[in-house]
Design a protein around this ligand. Structure first.
Ligand SMILES: Cc1cc2nc3c(=O)[nH]c(=O)nc-3n(C[C@H](O)[C@H](O)[C@H](O)COP(=O)(O)O)c2cc1C
Length: 206
């Protein structure tokens, strides 16, 4: 059975990135029987703050130190969220650009799950290496003014797809497919572009 984790990084009920990702998922469901889907709507999830105890718990893991009792308790909560992420074979992300980057709830989620011994390791001589194997990611991107063909930095700089790709690669996910509906606000024929993005998403799944 293929397990898909669907991460929704827009809080908006009328989200366009979610609509594009939904089109991908609908086509995938029609093709793959027995697909198991876990939906992670980041604004509805109770994500813990990555506070001082959790940051120190992480540094204790990296440096091989013992965690304090409170650090250990909080770290167990972090690892439960990491395990939910690791359980998936396929990741589907719906991600609007916010201020050049990803919405802060997604950054918080990445700060929670990107843990040593689970998503990555570090070789002092050669650097980071990913620990996730045989996973695939599909990302639906939206942005209002920025577009891959728009002059940058006048219309913004892409710290959005570049960040997500490098994070996924660092975790070992190198099979990454991107679907762009950009720009959503400045395109004079925005509805046609929206329809094209959904068609492209469905075709990718098929
Ligand atoms: C808080 C916030 C910040 C945004 N920052 C940018 C930005 O830096 N660049 C850009 O092109 N669009 C920006 N936008 C526009 C959104 O990326 C755009 O409206 C997108 O289609 C929203 O995606 P959604 O429909 O999935 O919520 C921003 C929107 C919001 C609400």
């Amino acid at each position: 059975m293929t397990k898909l984790l669907y991460v929704k990084a827009s809080p908006r009920p009328e989200s366009r990135s979610v609509a594009v990702a939904d089109a991908y998922l609908a086509a995938l469901k029609a093709r793959v029987s027995g697909l198991s889907i876990d939906v992670l709507a980041l604004w509805d999830e109770d994500l813990p703050d990555f506070d001082g105890d959790r940051a120190n718990a992480k540094l204790a893991v990296i440096t091989g130190q013992e965690q304090s009792a409170i650090q250990k308790t909080k770290w167990d909560g972090i690892i439960a969220i990491v395990e939910r992420f690791k359980a998936a074979d396929v990741y589907l992300f719906a991600v609007p650009m916010w201020n050049g980057g990803v919405p802060y709830r997604l950054k918080q989620y990445i700060d929670i799950i990107h843990q040593p011994g689970h998503l990555w390791g570090l070789d002092p001589a050669t650097g980071y290496f990913g620990l996730l194997k045989n996973k695939k990611a599909v990302l639906a991107y939206t942005s209002g003014a920025f577009g891959p063909d728009a002059p940058s930095p006048a219309f913004g700089t892409d710290h959005h797809s570049t960040y997500l790709r490098s994070w996924l690669n660092e975790a070992g996910v190198t099979d990454v497919t991107e679907i762009r509906y950009q720009p959503t606000l400045l395109d004079p024929d925005s509805e046609a572009a929206f329809a094209r993005a959904k068609t492209q998403a469905a075709a990718l799944a098929a």
